[in-house]
Design a binder for this molecule. Structure first.
Ligand code: SAM
Length: 470
């Protein structure tokens, strides 16, 4: 299929990247091994689909249910009641929220996203930052700090269209903006303009309540916070692949905001110890808040640089890092990465240098991870990006650098296999799990696999590898 057609059937343009980054990604997706396997046309088509699908939200909202606190069916029922109440109060139409259990993952609930819907743009425009715009496309309302510009005389109660400022060019406090922006839906202002831009104390809370989003999915703000945790499907898969058991000692090396840390503790029924390390101090509270909200007491959080988390002569009697070698039964390295699998992102202004800056840090973290893991222990490496350098190439490097590591099958394995191009064997590639939304991207709806399988493929871009240390 020619690339133009892919764009024609999409509501948003392809992700905007620096030309050097587009060229780099193209060379990754059209590498020699891929070209030899699928041919130039198919490889180019996959690459163009990748650029298009990254600007669009996944087809489902994924909720991780707190099955350590209540049975899945009970959570599903309560969630249905809460969300239906919310939908009835905010919509004129009679709507009922569909909540589907995942056929293979026992703590996942899926909510199909309805979109793109035919919504007519209004003349009154509120401009929001790109991050806020992406959140709106995944079901959020607009919170006041996300608003960059609003009509001069905007009052609470006004109907407004919400537009996302893709490149962060709009001046804060502007009354209009003609730059690169996309329409994400209509809402009702909850606050006057003066309370957003003309107060000493910055306002908080909802600034625009979305009533006609382009992509409709429920807002989870304050909905059963201890029972329903919003998490991308591949991230939930990571916890299951790690396979923690009650009573074990687990290390989560890069933990904030703690989604996977909490999942690991929940899978262990809160029995044992989950050590969560995070280098950035002001992210630590989020991990603690999430653990508290989900009633998980087995999590110990430390602000620490994980590249230094192993020491052959740790302080006697110290509970926290650094730890002696071989301290943990399982280690999760959910690595800092270029994040090029996140959806929706419509624009990324990073240079190629920035995109390529993660590989050395990931390797340093890998060294620490291997040392901290007991023999017979499991290491899971994951990223939310699509490059070979941060994924399959890291695996090829790790297998060569650490002869004690062997790749293991993953359960569940619902994503695709690893991508060609890093010299891994077909057997090794089959053991890797790469979530590749471009492989099934089709906005015409004609090729949709039956629900909820579409939820397994139309995800963020993600990568998982599982190792055993012998
Ligand atoms: C991909 S995010 C982790 C997401 C998290 N695992 C979750 O599921 O909620 C990577 C995190 O690693 C942190 N980080 C980066 N370098 C680190 C280091 N050297 N030591 C510990 N944490 C680090 C980043 O601040 C970021 O919060």
């Amino acid at each position: 299929m020619p690339p133009q057609n892919i764009e024609e059937m999409s509501i948003f343009p392809r992700i905007s990247l620096k030309p050097e980054v587009t060229d780099y990604l193209r060379s990754v997706f059209l590498n020699k091994e891929v070209l030899a396997a699928v041919g130039h046309q198919e490889a180019e088509c996959r690459f163009q689909k990748l650029l298009t699908c990254l600007s669009h939200p996944p087809s489902h909202t994924c909720v991780r249910a707190s099955t350590h606190l209540a049975p899945l069916e009970e959570i599903r029922h309560k969630l249905g009641e809460e969300l239906n109440k919310q939908m009835c109060s905010s919509s004129a139409e009679e709507v009922s929220v569909q909540i589907l259990p995942h056929p293979r993952i026992p703590d996942v609930l899926l909510l199909p996203v309805d979109g793109p819907r035919p919504v007519k743009q209004l003349s009154s425009e509120v401009v929001v930052g790109a991050q806020c715009g992406s959140a709106v496309l995944r079901g959020a309302h607009v919170f006041v700090p996300g608003i960059v510009a609003s009509p001069k005389y905007m009052k609470a109660g006004d109907a407004v269209s919400v537009l996302s400022d893709l490149e962060g060019r709009c001046t804060r406090g502007a009354t209009s903006f003609q730059g690169n922006r996309v329409f994400v839906g209509n809402g009702v202002a909850q606050i006057d303009r003066s309370s957003i831009f003309c107060t000493a104390e910055p306002a908080k809370g909802i600034g625009v309540r979305m009533v006609e989003p382009l992509y409709q999915s429920p807002s989870f703000d304050g909905v059963l916070p201890n029972m329903a945790f919003l998490q991308n499907l591949p991230s939930v898969v990571v916890g299951h692949v790690l396979g923690p058991r009650p009573g074990e000692r687990i290390l989560d090396m890069c933990a904030a905001p703690g989604g996977k840390t909490c999942h690991i503790a929940a899978l262990m029924r809160d029995q044992g110890e989950v050590v969560a390390l995070e280098r950035i101090r002001n992210k630590i509270d989020r991990i603690r808040q999430n653990a508290q909200m989900l009633h998980l007491r087995s999590i110990k959080v430390y602000c620490f640089n994980s590249t230094r988390a192993v020491s052959s002569s740790p302080t006697q009697g110290a509970e926290g890092p650094p730890f002696p070698p071989e301290s943990f039964d399982r280690v999760l390295l959910d690595a800092p990465c270029s994040g090029l699998g996140q959806r929706p992102i419509m624009s990324c202004t990073w240079s190629l240098r920035e995109i390529c800056s993660y590989q050395p840090l990931q390797r340093k973290l890998f060294h620490a991870a291997v040392r901290l893991l007991k023999r017979g222990g499991v290491l899971v490496y994951s990223t939310c990006t699509v490059t070979l350098a941060e994924n399959e190439e890291q695996i090829a490097w790790a297998l060569e650098t650490f002869p004690c590591l062997t790749l293991q099958p993953q359960e569940p394995h619902i994503g695709a296999q690893g991508m060609l191009g890093a010299g891994l064997s077909p057997k090794q590639l089959r053991l890797l799990q790469r979530f590749s939304p471009e492989l099934s991207w089709d906005q015409t709806g004609t090729a949709d696999p039956p629900l909820p399988c579409r939820a397994d493929v139309d995800t963020i871009g993600f990568f998982i590898a599982k190792f055993l240390k012998n």
